[in-house]
Design a protein around this ligand. Structure first.
Ligand code: VTB
Length: 327
């Protein structure tokens, strides 16, 4: 994949973030999501690719835009030769976070060569996310105490010094008890295990692991980020009903108990990941509006060449007569 595409994708997540950031705190998460989707969809066709959405807003009949299977990119309007690329999107990860003005809402997408991202059904997924130092030391099936002991050892600190991020959900009551029992610190979050997972793979973010069950599509996006950050996500779909099995089969998944790693979920040699902060966050600032323009903070990464960029962009309003740029 052409490395230059990463900057095209940057523009896509920036526009999605700017659009929904206008709705911050309005209390309407569906509206926040809708404007992010619309802005992302609009910008997507400027990207020089023959793109296909493999993880999107839902099935074709339930999502008007960015639905699974939708074709996107310049190839739609122009007969030129463009690379075949699969795209996973979450135009607004943390719709509630945006609707309430809480931290860590992001606009995000991942891209890979065709076939390079797992077509994950919209089911729950058990996840364990850690950074590069710990990637070979943990197991999804190990007891929580054992994993935390291993993470502490890899990070050369005491278990009590770890911060584990967990979604605040009833289904995590036992997990939370087990983490508390070994004395590790916990950050309970209302939403947004994807941005927490990204933080876990960045040294100095103050997040050492993410544990628990969240959405499977976001697991694939997290995997793309882990490929770029050299972190690890271990994951297993939660398949409990015949209906879940059926949804897996339609996506081509037949082994329901498989434990996936980052390179199973995002298997392409060439992966691009782009995210823009919507609300202020651990790794990225939120969107800031000022008289003459808008400022966004993004994380853009790729595996080939292996590069991680934090990009601070000032978008100057076209009709601003005398724009001033602030440091
Ligand atoms: C949410 C959301 C997460 O999974 O928790 C969702 O905040 C599913 O969980 O970031 P619930 O059905 O319990 O809300 C994520 O979207 C992604 O994993």
């Amino acid at each position: 994949m052409d490395a230059g595409l990463s900057l095209d994708f940057l523009g896509v997540v920036e526009q999605a973030a700017i659009a929904c950031a206008h709705t911050m705190g309005q209390g309407d998460r569906h509206h926040s999501d809708l404007v992010a989707v619309e802005a992302m969809r609009k910008k997507m066709d400027a990207v020089p690719m023959d793109g296909t959405i493999v993880i999107g807003e839902g099935e074709r009949d339930e999502a008007p835009m960015l639905f699974i299977g939708e074709k996107v990119g310049k190839a739609l309007h122009d007969a030129g030769a463009y690379p075949a690329i699969d795209i996973a999107v979450d135009p607004l990860e943390g719709t509630n976070l945006c609707a309430t003005g809480s931290p860590n809402a992001i606009a995000v997408l991942a891209a890979a060569e065709r076939g390079g991202l797992l077509h994950a059904p919209d089911l729950y997924m058990e996840k364990l996310v850690v950074g590069p130092s710990c990637k070979d030391a943990v197991s999804l099936d190990a007891p929580v105490a054992k994993n935390l002991g291993a993470i502490a050892e890899c990070l050369e600190r005491k278990v009590e010094d770890l911060v584990v991020v967990v979604l605040e959900r009833d289904r995590h009551a036992t997990l939370i008890e087990e983490i508390r029992a070994v004395g590790a610190r916990i950050r309970l979050i209302t939403d947004g295990d994807l941005s927490a997972g990204i933080s876990a793979a960045v040294v100095g973010s103050g997040v050492h692991a993410v544990m628990g069950t969240g959405g499977a599509p976001e697991g694939v996006l997290a995997a793309a980020a882990m490929r770029c950050l050299n972190g690890e996500i271990l994951a297993r779909l939660v398949v409990k009903k015949p209906e879940h099995e059926e949804r897996c089969r339609t996506m081509g998944i037949t082994d329901f108990n498989r434990v996936y790693g980052a390179s199973d979920l995002a298997s392409s040699d060439s992966v691009i990941f782009a995210a823009t902060g919507v609300t202020e966050g651990t790794l990225m600032d939120g969107v800031r509006f000022f008289g003459d323009g808008v400022r966004t903070h993004s994380l853009v990464m790729q595996t080939q060449p292996h590069r991680v960029q934090f990009i601070d962009t000032i978008h100057v309003h076209a009709d601003s007569p005398n724009p001033r740029v602030h440091f």
